[in-house]
Design a protein around this ligand. Structure first.
Ligand code: NCD
Length: 311
């Protein structure tokens, strides 16, 4: 199969074609199989990944780093803006221009919407957006899609997916809907009025022929869903702490609620969770969020291999 992703920036969920999504998922399966019983695949020996994280991260940064190491490559970077020269007043463009001299691919996370696209304007190396503020988080969407497929026995078409929580600020769901629209899935958006999915996204999905319903009621959505994708209320995006306090705790998925409404439901969450999934949900067979986090490394191995043109 031809590799259209070689040398490409990964900035937005909407950039992928259905066949690219299928290619990434098939390659992820392949890499996962090849890694069984091995410590690493040596496909990226000699390559360097820059990991520039201006915002907190556990899974995205560490799974990208683990992915690079397990492909035989090396990693440079920083895990907080405070230890980079941005703390001295350096512009993002100058930081990117500099790291571009050292790295073959750059993964970045930054609080501003559009920052990854701006970085891609100045970098020679491919830029991978690991989250730009309340904008996009395309690699999370890829691992969410991969997990959905794996958890649903390979068939995404015909399913109903409820996205729950802070749909206004949640970059994982903003990126996710751009991937789900390539499949025959029904979407239910569950959010408090103040945290609804941005209207331009909902309107466009409907114009493109997707079935989207909106509700504030988690219980109603749960009864009709095959998958429930929980998200955290994004505290750091609120200008007013009182508004956050009012909306935090809006939705809590409990074991009792699942057992009463839909015991078979698959539960995803990009993590970190705050209080939106009770820990007694964790042992349920449908609780897939830690498997989802594990899948992140394999999906990112596949993506690095494609972007760097070695697979
Ligand atoms: C998400 C993020 O950073 O957008 N986390 C992640 O990458 N797994 C979700 C979140 O922070 O709520």
């Amino acid at each position: 199969m031809t590799n259209n992703l070689e040398g490409r920036d990964i900035l937005h969920g909407a950039q992928f074609t259905r066949s690219e999504l299928e290619q990434i998922m098939a390659l992820t399966d392949d890499i996962r199989r090849r890694l069984e019983g091995e410590r690493s695949l040596e496909l990226l020996r000699g390559y360097v990944m820059g990991a520039l994280f201006f915002e907190p991260s556990t899974r995205t940064r560490l799974s990208f780093e683990a992915a690079m190491h397990r492909m035989g490559g090396a990693v440079i970077g920083f895990a907080s803006a405070g230890v980079s020269s941005s703390a001295k007043g350096e512009s993002l463009a100058d930081t990117i221009r500099t790291v571009d001299q050292y790295a073959d691919v750059i993964v970045m996370r930054h609080p501003e919407i559009g920052s990854a696209a701006a970085a891609a304007e100045v970098a020679e190396a491919p830029i991978i957006n690991g989250g730009d503020g309340a904008g996009q988080h395309p690699t999370q969407a890829l691992l969410d899609l991969y997990t959905l497929r794996a958890e649903l026995g390979g068939r995404i078409d015909g399913r109903t997916l409820a996205l729950v929580g802070d749909l206004r600020h949640g970059r994982t769901v903003h990126a996710g809907v751009e991937l789900y629209k390539h499949y025959d899935v029904e979407l239910i958006f569950v959010a408090p009025e103040a945290l609804r999915m941005p209207e331009e996204i909902t309107r466009r999905l409907r114009q493109e022929g997707r079935t989207v319903t909106e509700t504030t009621d988690l219980e109603v959505a749960l009864r009709g869903a095959d998958v429930v994708y929980m998200t955290r209320i994004q505290k750091e995006r609120f200008a007013d702490p009182a508004e956050y306090a009012r909306l935090s705790g809006s939705y809590v998925l409990s074991r009792e609620l699942i057992e009463r409404t839909n015991p078979e439901v698959t539960v995803l969450h990009p993590l970190p969770r705050v209080d939106e999934i009770d820990t007694d949900v964790d042992p349920l067979p449908g609780a897939a969020y830690f498997r989802q986090a594990q899948n992140g490394m394999y999906v990112r191995m596949a993506l690095l291999g494609l972007v760097l043109g070695v697979v």
